[in-house]
Design a protein around this ligand. Structure first.
Ligand code: MOS
Length: 748
């Protein structure tokens, strides 16, 4: 059942000339909505074994005894793996870092009897069918020897330390924030506490490992097939040509697939030992047993003069990491970047808890830091008696305030103006509790969003053959629209229709591509595809003028255009269909390796920006909050596909609503365990929670950021949204709730 062979309809023909910028439907959309898309946990094979993971139920200690006999007696159970019988693996003798590993000692599943967190995988039951494996996993008896643990960040924060490894986490101070704060005409200070969040993609983590006489064909849920392949090779001592990882469809990831998860290890281990194909799928509950967005305790103080100019910023943050690794994120640097202010002090610290290591979660750092800072800015605007939008314009920064460098582009002013117009901001009554309808208080809030515009090294191949144009690279499409925008970029570069481009990705045998993360996918993969197509165009041009029978023969001096499936002399004197050229000279291919332009990187700061406005209605008696309108105006360079890009941003805004009002992993500190590991108790916004979301892209020309002039759109939507909602709640109620999510109890 090769899922990659399914037809990929969806792009209407006839949009060739400027294929990018068109709101084309997703290439992979019909496959996904008709069920033709085959995910990592769907791959079927005769004789496939099923593994079910057993997780630890104590946060710290050791396993004294494992009673596996009752499980082994169940018909259909093939084996139970644990630290007692795991194979001797290459990884266990050497250091290994996956592509998203923080510094530290990385977790080694089934390494020994140690338990590092509640939920740690400690055994794998393998059976002939899934139900038997699941049943037998419940029969495993574990005797623990518990040790004292710490899972309370409020307590551990006293011992927090400044992480050493990355200086960008803690940018240096400027001016004298303490003096300026003491002298400031206006001061606000607040605590901002944002709870644990989990990724919760629709598709659960899964790995199907097909055993091929020692070689492995792996279908994995991942944001990088290369990362998964390298992990498997290193741990199991295999060579890259023995391991092929594919992931053609990913049902959401949000960062959860940036690191290989434990089901991959388990499935490969079982396949290697048993010499059989094995699938391991995590349950929804188990999706709460690995990476998450960490808890953050933040304190922000601002000083301003009587006219509302910021004079001092202080931003302190403490987050948790595990005892294994030093996970860290950029929480505080944004506070020194966004607005003009001469005196800034920022400090970020980590405290170790007996939990698993946190993991990048959509807009890691900014979703925490910016959403707190933008609430503080709102508090200061209120203190100054200035409209919160006006306050942001008064303090607008034309240059990066941290480095002093210019931005490659920054159309944030236009974002504010566009959002304000669309939202009708001018009708806002300034005082809290001044807008009301029936028993509902109405509030309008605004916030700024910002995210880095990154690009990573990447390779791609382009082939023009009898079947048409094919581009390929090992990139992932985690649901973002990567297939579609790559078809658009390739089509535009080669002058063919997007529907004629065969995009092959998510296969580790293809040219190397990095993680899909950091909102860098479009710039990273797109630049490589564009460069490969440009090189291919040069090859085809050379052939077209060199072939004796070609209508373009000898036209070496005339500029050539690729358009409508032909190569044309710009002066209109002759043209050659690409199909004819290929029929004569056979398939032609080109390869490119691209990376960020270091010259531009040194001279400029690169960020996308947004203005988010939200309306809430608060039931005064019940404390219930409804978000009734959100407008997000985004400046992210040129937009390759307004449809898929808007979908990314509105998805981010949904996350923002969840962050503001609903989503929180509730840890029982006494047990060191997350208690609400299901959709009933960890509430992700559903349709009833989500109002009309209006996403607008503000035109932004950016010739510097990369060859395509694009910035990422995957994460910017979540940045600022929770703050806009919290600010709207303040406007509605006069209550500043710095602790997210704002559940009804916090308003009553
Ligand atoms: Mo994103 S948190 O870089 O997948």
């Amino acid at each position: 059942m090769p899922p990659l062979d399914t037809a990929k309809p969806g792009i209407p023909p006839g949009a060739t000339a400027r294929a990018t910028g068109q709101p084309l439907d997703r290439i992979d959309g019909p496959d996904k909505v008709t069920g033709r898309a085959v995910y990592a946990g769907d791959i079927a094979e005769k004789g496939l074994l099923y593994g079910m993971v057993v997780n630890a139920t104590i946060p710290r200690g050791r396993i004294v005894a494992l009673d596996i006999a009752p499980a082994l007696r169940i018909p259909g159970v093939v084996e139970v793996f644990s630290h007692l019988n795991r194979p001797d693996l290459a990884w266990f003798n050497s250091a290994y870092e996956d592509d998203d590993a923080p510094p530290g000692t990385h977790f080694r599943p089934l390494y020994d009897d140690r338990v590092h967190w509640s939920g740690q995988p400690i055994a794998l039951v393998v059976a002939e069918d899934f139900e038997t494996a699941r049943h037998a996993a419940g029969m495993i008896g574990v005797t623990y020897e518990s040790e004292p643990h710490e899972a309370d960040l409020y307590r551990a924060a006293g011992n927090a330390h400044v992480p050493r490894q990355r200086s960008s986490i803690n940018p240096s101070s400027r001016g004298r924030a303490d003096l300026a704060m003491a002298e400031a005409a206006l001061r606000v200070e607040g605590d901002y506490t944002f709870g644990y969040q989990f990724h919760n993609p629709m598709e659960m983590h899964a790995s199907t490992v097909l055993w091929r006489d020692g070689a492995l064909e792996i279908w994995d849920k991942t944001q990088s097939v290369v990362n998964s392949r390298d992990y498997v090779c290193r741990i199991f001592g295999l060579k890259p040509d023995q391991v092929r990882v594919r992931s053609p469809y990913v049902g959401g990831a949000f960062g959860s697939g940036l690191r290989p998860q434990y089901q991959l290890f388990m499935a490969v281990m079982a396949a290697q030992v048993l010499g059989r194909s094995v699938r391991v799928v995590l349950s929804r509950e188990q999706m709460f047993t690995f990476g998450y967005r960490p808890l953050a305790l933040q304190q922000i103080a601002l000083g301003a003069d009587a006219n509302g100019h910021l004079t001092a910023i202080r931003h302190d943050a403490v987050q948790n990491t595990s005892r294994l690794e030093e996970y860290q994120e950029n929480i505080v640097p944004w506070s020194g970047l966004i607005y003009q202010c001469p005196n800034v002090t920022m400090k970020y610290r980590l405290a170790e808890l007996d939990l698993y290591t946190p993991l990048d979660t959509r807009a890691p750092g900014a979703a925490t830091g910016v959403n707190a800072f933008e609430q503080a800015i709102d508090a200061m605007a209120h203190e100054a008696g200035i409209d919160p939008l006006e306050f942001r314009l008064i303090n607008y920064a034309e240059r990066d305030q941290t480095t002093g460098m210019a931005f490659t582009s920054k159309q944030l002013r236009a974002c504010y103006a566009t959002a304000a117009e669309r939202f009708g901001w001018s009708a806002r009554k300034p005082l809290p509790r001044s807008m009301r309808e029936g028993r509902e208080l109405i509030g309008w809030g605004v916030a700024t969003g910002v995210w880095e515009a990154m690009q990573m090294n990447c390779s791609a191949r382009a082939v023009m053959g009898p079947e048409g144009l094919m581009v390929e690279l090992a990139a992932s499409d985690i649901g973002t629209g990567t297939y579609t925008i790559l078809a658009q970029i390739a089509a535009e570069t080669m002058g063919v229709d997007p529907s004629e481009v065969d995009v092959r990705i998510a296969d580790s045998d293809l040219p190397k591509a990095p993680l899909q993360g950091g909102s860098a996918g479009a710039a990273t993969f797109g630049s490589a595809v564009k460069a490969a197509c440009e090189t291919l165009r040069e090859t085809l041009s050379r052939l077209a003028v060199a072939l004796p029978q070609s209508p373009l023969a000898g036209k070496g001096n005339v500029p050539l255009q690729f358009e409508g499936g032909t190569i044309r002399a710009e002066d209109g004197s002759a043209e050659l269909p690409l199909a004819d050229l290929i029929a004569t000279c056979g398939a032609q291919e080109a390869r490119a390796d691209t990376g960020p332009s270091t010259a531009s990187q040194m001279r400029y700061s690169r960020y996308s920006h947004s203005a988010v406005m939200a309306e809430v209605r608060v039931d005064e008696e019940l404390g219930q909050i409804r978000v009734t309108r959100v407008v997000g105006a985004v400046a992210a360079g040129r937009i390759l596909n307004p449809k898929t890009a808007a979908s990314q941003v509105s998805g981010g805004i949904v996350w923002g609503i969840g962050k503001a009002l609903h989503e929180e992993g509730l840890l029982d500190e006494r047990l060191g365990r997350f208690m609400n590991h299901n959709f009933a108790e960890y509430h992700i916004p559903v349709n009833a929670d989500i109002p009309e979301i209006d996403v607008i892209f503000v035109p932004e020309e950016d010739p510097e950021v990369n060859a395509l002039g694009i910035k990422g759109v995957g994460e910017i939507g979540v940045v600022g949204t929770a703050a806009a909602i919290a600010n709207a709640v303040f406007h509605a109620t006069g209550r500043r709730v710095g602790s997210l999510p704002i559940t009804p109890d916090k308003l009553l």
